[in-house]
Ligand binder design. Sequence first.
Ligand SMILES: N[C@@H](CCC(=O)N[C@@H](CS)C(=O)NCC(=O)O)C(=O)O
Length: 319
Amino acid sequence: MGKLVQGRWVDEWYGKDPKGHFVRDETQFRDRIRADGSSKYPPEAGRYHLYVSLACPWAHRTLIARQLKGLQDAITVSVVHPHMGEQGWELRDYPGATADGVNHARYLHEVYTRAVPEYTGRVTVPVLWDKREARIVCNDSRLILRMLSRELESVARRELDLCPHDLEPDIDRAIDEMYGPVNNGVYRAGFASTQEAYEEAVSELFRALDELERRLSTQRYLLGARFTEADICLFTTLLRFDVVYHYHFKCNLRRLADYPALSGYLRDVFQMPGVSETCNLDHIKHHYFTSHPNLNPSRIIPLGPNVDLTSPHGRELLS
Ligand SMILES: N[C@@H](CCC(=O)N[C@@H](CS)C(=O)NCC(=O)O)C(=O)O
């Protein structure tokens, strides 16, 4: 675990504030592919490459959008090894992982320094790489998600609007609202270094889940009858909840299985054509339980819990 400082890899755990709250660094590469030609990155089949981890909820967002939009041929992918070790994410052999066919890097930090030799910051997935200019376009999951849903229509095989214009403000609000307490909330709980910071995160998380449970009891998706980017953002956190966050991050006031609407919603999204192909519980468990030695020093990966994501959910009736 570490980061780059002026292009050199240094060992460093995540940031925290004086009260022990986990502090996530801002992403630094925030360019966009633009369909209207207003950026230096036009949509083009075969030009862009995604570096992802199948374990990471942020990277998982981009993989789902790529799959649902039929962008698999247009955008190539490298999948890192699930264990994030001393040198960070690594590209080496493991079932479901791939080599780096583009930059031939052994470590993801080499990809960052190839783009910016003096880069200072964390080396995170997802990364959207431009093969033509050998540059990182963007390493922010939310921006990449929006690009995949909006800017690559000309090379997408499926017509599916994940961010309809009439819903855009509501989608943005839903994503904003769940980021702090839910998506980042599980990390704020797991990486808190004081009791107060942990309790604050867990209370906010479960208050937000209770609210989402109410909302999803009467409507199929977060914004109503249409599946959108906001659902992708919620889904990738819920998928990891009972198998990892409940135990490893101590988010254990309730299990997701204790929420009928949320757990039905999880199965509903999992069963959408294309989504299950992007989900890999082995990578998820392997990553979290082996990559945080201060949380799980033995690195033993628990066998349970058994979560059946294929059982009926009955949520079609809500549409
Ligand atoms: N805000 C970023 C977060 C990405 C992120 O933190 N990814 C994690 C994996 S779950 C990572 O690569 N962490 C490595 C590190 O911070 O050293 C996004 O949404 O893209």
